[in-house]
Design a protein around this ligand. Structure first.
Ligand SMILES: *Cc1c(COP(=O)(O)O)cnc(C)c1O
Length: 395
């Protein structure tokens, strides 16, 4: 019996080594990693620049608290500001905490303006924002909120229809919160027009637009952040996952206008942005901002999408839709997706299940064309097996 909380249905696999897009068990068995620790290991495993930085940082101060100046934190914040819409950054240890900061900032912004009733957030079906009470409430997924008590202060709409958003806004609404590409919910990439529409509606009503780019950001779609494709910007954005490439880290980014209300005492974090985390964060950012990095992701995303389309041609009864953007990709399948993930694992390919019976592919962003073809080849083989078995069963 494990001493751990039973909150995960874990596979029996454990990995000991990692190199690039591959993970190795203790006996040396190699797995092709198209899960990246759920969109975390953007640079794959063992990136030399990040490893060297971590080793050097280990010999310096790890932690001091935000009572003191943290030069690595200042530097990372300035670089994120220079590369995005934002003017201000708050560092956290996780995605959920980045969203907590985003939600608090939105509420406090209106409180500061004297609009004390503007506390509600409009969220969307299929969202995932984390596992804290506020982030569960924001996403409103009954599978995750059940049994955890009342969670007031949020409305939930079907995404994709701007008229629904328009109709839902009232004098209590503070913000609209959405993932430009929904990850856990089923790898749904919203159109540029929809995201532009949300921006327009937020502006018209004087409310805030918050993007959750914890999963789809940091280069995964082929731009630094997914919303850049739509040519618009949020007021507040949550970032995490790939920002530390596996070191627990997150960030809430905001405009100066919005972040101004977050004065001393309004928010804090013991670990958030500590010297060790920010040294690693800066090293990750060095790599992500290298010339050609995003172009590579875009190109590999196109190869992946093309290869996945071929699966629909070959197995139209098993694969019904290709979803996603860049290297956050999914296929909607007819076999139970969790069983498919298990079988792919048996064939040494690591993938992740998503909602709506979607198989999610999240390779490291450094993936090569050969890796993409190898992975989709394994998916094709497993689907062929499935097909053969179903054929036999039907006879
Ligand atoms: C993973 C995820 C989160 C939560 O991040 P944690 O680090 O697990 O708290 C929030 N939003 C999205 C879109 C995510 O994918």
């Amino acid at each position: 019996m494990s001493a751990l909380y039973g909150t995960y249905a874990r596979s029996e696999l454990a990995f000991e080594q990692g190199e690039g897009v591959r993970l190795f068990t203790a006996d040396g068995t190699s797995y092709l990693d198209f899960s990246s620790g759920i969109a975390v290991n953007a640079l794959g495993h063992g990136d030399p620049h990040v490893v060297t930085t971590l080793k050097a940082a280990a010999d310096k101060v790890w932690h001091t608290s935000n009572i003191f100046q943290i030069p690595e934190q200042e530097r990372l914040a300035q670089r994120l500001v220079d590369a995005t819409f934002a003017d201000k950054v708050f560092f956290t240890n996780s995605g959920a905490e980045a969203l907590e900061c985003a939600i608090k900032t939105a509420r406090r912004y209106f409180w500061d303006k004297g609009e004390k009733d503007r506390v509600e957030i409009i969220g969307f079906a299929g969202s995932f924002h984390g596992r804290t009470i506020a982030t569960l409430a924001a996403a409103g997924n009954p599978a995750y909120t059940e049994g955890f008590g009342p969670m007031p202060g949020y409305k939930h709409l079907t995404p994709g229809d701007l008229a629904l958003v328009e109709a839902a806004i009232d004098n209590k609404t503070a913000a609209i919160l959405i993932e430009p590409v929904q990850g856990e919910g089923g790898v749904t990439a919203f159109s540029d027009a929809y995201l532009q529409g949300l921006r327009r509606i937020a502006d018209q009503h004087g409310i805030l637009l918050i993007f959750d780019e914890v999963q789809c950001g940091y280069g995964r779609t082929g731009r630094f952040f997914a919303h850049e494709w739509a040519g618009i910007a949020p007021d507040i954005m949550a970032v995490a996952k790939a920002i530390g490439n596996g070191f627990p880290m997150g960030a809430c980014l905001a405009t100066e206008e919005v972040a101004r209300c977050m004065v001393p005492g309004t928010h804090g974090s013991t670990y958030g942005g500590n010297p060790l985390a920010c040294a690693i964060g800066n090293a990750v950012l060095d790599r992500v901002l290298e010339p050609g990095f995003f172009q590579h992701v875009e190109a590999m995303g196109q190869v992946l999408a093309y290869e996945l389309q071929q699966l629909i041609q070959k197995y139209p009864h098993l694969v019904t839709e290709v979803r996603g953007k860049g290297l956050i990709a999914g296929i909607k399948v007819t076999p139970p997706v969790r069983e498919l993930v298990q079988r792919l694992r048996d064939h040494k390919l690591l993938t992740v299940a998503a909602g709506d019976n979607v198989l999610r592919l999240l390779p490291p962003l450094i993936v090569s064309e050969d890796d993409v073809r190898e992975a989709v080849g394994i998916v094709a083989r497993v689907l062929a097996e499935w097909d053969a078995e179903a054929g036999q069963a039907g006879q």
